[in-house]
Design a protein around this ligand. Sequence first.
Ligand code: UDP
Length: 497
Amino acid sequence: MKMEPQLNIIFLPYPTPGHMIPMVDSARLFARHGASSTIITTQANASTFQKAIDSDFEAGYSIRIHVIPFPASQVGLPEGVENMKDGNSLEIMGKIGRGIHMLRDQIELLFHDLNADCLVTDMLYPWTVDSAEKLGIPRLYFYSSSYFSNCASYSVRTHRPHDGLESDTSKFLIPDLPHKTEMTALQLAEWIRTKNNSTAQFFDAVFESEKRSYGAVYNSFHDLENEYEEHYKNIMGIKVWSIGPVAAWINSTNKGQKHDHVEELEPKWLKWLNSKKIGSVLYVSFGSLTRLPNAQVAEIAHGLENSGHDFIWVIRKRENNDDDNDGDSFLHDFEVRMRESNQGYIIWNWAPQLLILEHSSIGGIVTHCGWNSILESLSFGLPMITWPMFAEQFYNEKLLVDMLKISVAIGVKENKLWVSLGEEDVVKRDMITNAVKVLMGSGEESMEMRKRAKKLGDVGKRAIEEGGTSYNNLIRLIQELKSLKVSRELSKRKLEN
Ligand code: UDP
C-alpha cells in the first residue's frame, strides 16, 4: 500500500476577527481532510478559538495552536490587548500592529522548527513569501475578501482612473473588469486615493508578495463570482483555490465546536428572537472593528424605530467621546423604550453573529460589507442593506448591489476609517428608515432580492458538500501539496546520496 505523506501546514492569521476567523476555520477544514494544521498566534487570540481546536483534537483531527508571547509591555499595551478589535483608538491599533511586527524573527524560526511543508499566511505578512522561499516550501496567500474587490483594487492601482478627475465625487469606470463598474474617488481607501504614502508602500510589498506566492486561498465559491476568479488568475498569474464559505462548511460538520460558543442554554437574545415571526427581524452590525460616533448611533436608533420593523443591533462602544454622557443617556432611554415596545434588542460590543444569523426569525441584515459577514448572511440566504465604511468594503457593495442584486445601498459616499467619522458623515434617519422599509417590506424589489439571496445561499451550500466546487478544490489543494512534499523529499535524498 502506498503511504500518504503527513502534511504539516502552518497557518499564520492576522489578529483581527475578519482575517483570523476565516483562517482558523480553514485550518480546521484542512485538518478534517487529513492535513496536520498548526496555527501560530498569541495567547489572548488563541483563547478566542481554543475550545474549537480542543474539540477537533479530541475528535481525532491533527490540529493545534502554537502560542507565542505578545510583547505587550515593550509596545506599551496592557496584557491581553492583542487584537485589532480591542483597539479603540488609532494609537492602540498602531501599538498592536507594532507588537505583531516584532514577532517576525520568532515566527520565522518556528516555521523552520515546526518542519513546515506549506505556509498559509495572511496577506498582511508579505515577508512570509521570503521565509517560504528560504525553506523551499510553498506560501499560500490568504485573502479574506472577494475576488471582485481584489480585481477592482488591482485595476484602480494599476490604471489610476481617479487621477485628474474634476472632483472626488465624479464617477469613473474601473478599467479592464468583466462588468461595467463605476466608483468615485471618495469611495476608494485613502491610501489609494493619494499617492506616495507609507500605507501605499506597505501594500506594494503585500501585492508584490501575492504575485510571488505559490498560490492564493480564497474564502469564496466558484458560482458566486466565477468571472472574477478567472480574471484574478489572469492578472496575478498564480494558482488559486476557492474553498468557501468556510464558516458554513466547518459549522455544517457538527462534530466540532462552533466559534460562537454560547454557555447559557437559552440566552436572552435567543429568547427574544424565539418570540418573533419567521423572517421578521433585521440584524444590524458594523463588524468587529467599527465604533460609531454617538450622533450616528442616535440616527440609526431613530431610523430603525421609525421603520416599524423589528431589529437586533450590535453596538460597539466608543470611548473618549466628548458627548459620551448625552449619548449614553440617550441610548439607555432608547434601550428601555425598545424593551417596552419589544421592537428592538441591543447587544453590546460582541454578538454571536453566526448563531443569530441562522435563527429563522432573521430576515435581513444591515452590513458594513465585511466579506465574512456577507458570506455568513448569504449562507442563510439573507438579503442585505449595504453600509460600507472603509478598506475594500465599497467594492463589495458594488458586487452585492449591482452584480448579485441582493442588496439595497444605504448611500454612503466616503471611505473612512471609523476613527475619522465626524458630524458631516452622519447618515440621516430617513435614509435608514427608507432602506429598511424596502428590504424588510413585502414589495417586489424585496421579494426578488430575497429569492436571489436564497438561491445563492443554496448554491454556496452545494459548493461545500462532498463533490461540490469548494470541497473538490480543498481536496485537490491538499493532494497537490502532498505531491510537492514527495518531490521535495526525493530531491533532498538525491542530493544526500
Ligand atoms: N463578528 C461576530 N460578532 C460581532 C462582530 C463580528 O461574531 O459582534 C464576526 C463576524 O461573524 C465575522 C467577523 O467577526 O466573522 C467580522 O468579519 P467581517 O469581514 O464581516 O468584518 P470586519 O470586522 O473585518 O470589518
